[in-house]
Ligand binder design. Structure first.
Ligand SMILES: Cc1cc2nc3c(=O)[nH]c(=O)nc-3n(C[C@H](O)[C@H](O)[C@H](O)COP(=O)(O)OP(=O)(O)OC[C@H]3O[C@@H](n4cnc5c(N)ncnc54)[C@H](O)[C@@H]3O)c2cc1C
Length: 475
């Protein structure tokens, strides 16, 4: 889109309490950068909002100037959707405040908060809500797509704990959505991504967690991947809700103090078990794992919950290059395990790996139609295949590895669907498949009510169902 004059930008600036940044402004380059260094895009204007009114006027500015509008929460978009060349980037990073009501066990956080912001504030009261496994991920994008992490088996997805949201709609109005207020919008926000407006505040139900929790990491060589994955299948399903696991298949052992030097950078297969009960209970869970298949090394420790949430940050530093594809598995069948074990040794970048998130316990407490989540509540695992490297070359090479690995797993997926938050490309067919036709069509009708011109289309886009809205959005 062209034609925006400096004068229009200057006028916009005068009614904006945050920062309006263009190419020549200090801070423009850091503001446009995303977690994935592969995206080097130059928005025409960055509106770093400081208030709800700022977001509303930024939306109006983008709409009136005909700019591509992108929304940035924590900047972790795998597709780079939160920044567009020549567009308007609505940057929420300053709107990261968190307030906690410990008596009601509720937290309200700004649309630009990171998981670290949310965890720090809630843990002051020994409370938490399900987040992801890397602390600098944004609450915004993570929540709107679903949100899975260490607490998924105990408390479900992040959206299963969402109580309300405050949203700036495409027409600039600021509205609230909850089970009682605009229930259609509230349903759509729980899984339907950034399609329906800019969420400026999320209200969550919290749960007592920690502050001390437990983590055990067991590491085997790549040659034992088949046995490790079979073992994981056996131990994960009966885990109590007070525990969760992550399989880091293909992980190269970090040069950390707890790793014997001879294993530094050696590729292998790790099982990380997090416990939210007692130390004795945690040890009771680890014992049969090491007994069944003695690891090359292991590390087990009590740690604050906020540290557990940061424990894997070093594997995903800001500015790194990445490409990934994901799918759901109903079961870790021998066939699927055979494919995973065959493909893991073929990666070329030491940082590339395949994290496998178990989805049992409270994940299944929510009904399929209760939220817009793009994934079956029957699925047992969400598996991502991640090409990661500090420079672009190895990611280009491993891009082929990701694709062929993913293709080879297709016969073992639940459906053509995949978790929208783990997509690095939004092909229309895959977004529809993620939701399935019933949910997609319902989302498209809601989209037509709240964003009929598809202003918010830089996301896992739901096209408005043409003509579905005969009445203006409810006030
Ligand atoms: C290293 C890494 C680790 C991850 N780990 C996990 C994990 O453990 N569990 C998990 O579930 N997911 C995980 N993800 C996926 C993550 O949930 C998505 O990438 C998510 O989109 C990131 O949100 P963000 O706000 O940081 O991203 P951004 O790039 O800021 O935003 C991504 C998109 O979300 C939308 N959006 C963001 N904030 C808002 C808002 N306030 N209002 C409206 N729309 C908004 C926009 O459409 C935007 O294009 C991970 C991703 C990465 C890169």
């Amino acid at each position: 889109m062209t034609g925006i004059s400096g004068t229009n930008t200057d006028t916009f600036r005068t009614r904006f309490s945050g920062d309006v940044l263009t190419r020549t402004d200090t801070g423009y380059d850091s503001a446009r950068s995303l977690w994935n260094g592969a995206f080097d895009r130059h928005p025409r204007v960055i509106a770093r909002c400081g208030s709800a009114a700022d977001v509303s006027s930024a939306v109006a500015f983008g709409r009136n100037e005909g700019l591509e509008v992108s929304v940035r929460g924590g900047g972790h978009s795998l597709t780079g959707a939160s920044v567009a060349d020549g567009g308007l980037m609505i940057d929420l990073s300053r709107m990261n405040g968190v307030s906690v009501d410990p008596a009601a066990r509720r937290a309200v956080c700004g649309g630009g908060a990171t998981l670290a912001d949310l965890d720090a504030a809630t843990q002051e009261h020994g409370l938490a809500v399900t987040g992801g496994i890397i602390s600098h991920t944004g609450v915004g994008g993570l929540t709107l797509g679903g949100g899975m992490g260490w607490l998924t088996r105990r408390h479900g997805l992040t959206i299963d704990n969402l109580v309300s949201a405050q949203v700036v709609l495409a027409d600039g109005r600021i509205v609230r959505a909850s089970r009682k207020e605009r229930p259609d919008l509230f349903w759509a926000l729980r899984g339907g991504g950034g399609n329906f407006g800019v969420v400026i505040a999320f209200e969550f139900q919290l749960h007592p967690v920690g502050p001390e929790v437990y983590m055990g990491l067991l590491f085997w060589g790549l040659d034992q991947s088949t046995e490790v994955l079979r073992l994981a299948r056996d131990v994960i399903e009966p885990l109590p809700r007070d525990a969760n696991a992550l399989i880091a298949a293909g992980l190269s052992a970090p040069p950390a103090p707890f790793v014997p030097e001879r294993y530094h950078h050696v590729p292998g297969c790790a099982m990380i078990i997090a416990g939210f009960s007692t130390e004795q209970e945690h040890e009771r869970l680890l014992r049969p794992v090491r007994g069944a298949l003695p690891p090359l090394f292991e590390f087990s420790t009590p740690l604050p919950y906020t540290q557990l949430q940061r424990e894997l940050d070093a594997s995903a530093t800001w500015g790194i290059f990445s490409y990934s594809k994901a799918l759901y598995l109903d079961e870790l069948t021998d066939g699927a395990i055979g494919v995973i074990a065959e493909y893991l040794p073929r990666k070329t970048s030491p940082m590339s790996f395949s994290p496998i998130f178990p989805l049992g316990g409270a994940y299944r407490d929510t009904g399929e139609a209760d939220t817009a989540f793009g994934g079956s509540r029957r699925a047992r695992f969400a598996l991502s295949i991640d090409a990661i490297a500090p420079e672009p070359g190895p990611v280009e090479t491993d891009r082929r590895w990701v694709r062929s690995f993913w293709e080879a797993l297709q016969p073992y997926t639940v459906s053509a669907g995949s978790y929208v938050n783990f997509m690095a490309e939004y092909e229309e067919g895959r977004v529809r498949a993620a939701y399935g036709p019933g949910k997609y069509d319902r989302l498209a009708r809601i989209k037509d009510v709240y964003d009929p011109t598809n202003l918010f289309h830089l996301n896992a886009n739901i096209a408005p169902a043409a003509g579905a809205s005969t009445v203006p959005p409810p006030r």
